[in-house]
Design a protein around this ligand. Structure first.
Ligand SMILES: C[S@@+](CC[C@H](N)C(=O)[O-])C[C@H]1O[C@@H](n2cnc3c(N)ncnc32)[C@H](O)[C@@H]1O
Length: 170
């Protein structure tokens, strides 16, 4: 799944990663040549991330409470990997993205520890997020334990039509 996200990031310089975790993906992004800004509310995750990727910038912010960094224009693409299912106000957070900004998000098909929602189909993902994000590419990624939906799109005022094909990737 991370490989697919990296592919979708090609061509974008400055990546804002919300719910970035402990820096493993930050490292991959730096190695791929991106400038990287990571945000997480866990002090431990941010400390580990700063060690793993000293070239990147990290902020300790609770995004459920404060979305100012997402409202800024100072990034080329914003990504949410396995994050939106952890917060109640996921729609409010996505609505904070400036219009026309590219977005990648990854959500799961199964509930697990800390998840408050999951999506059995790409249609269900579209039903929740399709009015905020225009879906350009949708990947169904089969992992060891569950399926991840990887969505690459654009923040638009009314989202877009359900006219995408789901590409299955193993
Ligand atoms: C499942 S992990 C995913 C980490 C990383 N994106 C990855 O794919 O490896 C979810 C991350 O979101 C962070 N998180 C959860 N709620 C948050 C919030 N309200 N604000 C910022 N970060 C949050 C957690 O601390 C954790 O690092």
């Amino acid at each position: 799944m991370y490989k697919q996200v990296l592919k979708c990031l090609e061509g974008y310089e400055k990546v804002l990663d919300i719910g970035c975790g402990s820096g493993w993906f930050a490292r991959k992004c730096i190695e791929a040549g991106h400038c990287y800004i990571g945000v997480d509310y866990s002090t431990e995750a941010i400390e580990a991330a700063r060690e793993a990727a000293p070239e990147a910038i990290f902020y300790e912010i609770d995004i459920a409470k404060d979305q100012e960094i997402i409202k800024s224009e100072d990034f080329d693409i914003v990504i949410f990997i396995s994050f939106l299912e952890h917060i109640h106000n996921d729609l409010e957070v996505l609505e904070a993205i400036p219009l026309q900004k590219p977005v990648i998000f990854v959500v799961p098909n199964r509930l697990s520890k800390g998840h408050i929602r999951a999506f059995r189909s790409a249609e269900k993902v579209f039903k929740r997020y399709g009015q905020i994000i225009e879906f350009n590419k949708v990947f169904k990624m089969r992992g060891n334990r569950w399926i991840d939906w990887v969505i690459s799109g654009i923040r638009l005022p009314d989202g877009g039509e359900f006219d995408f094909e789901v590409q299955e990737v193993k």
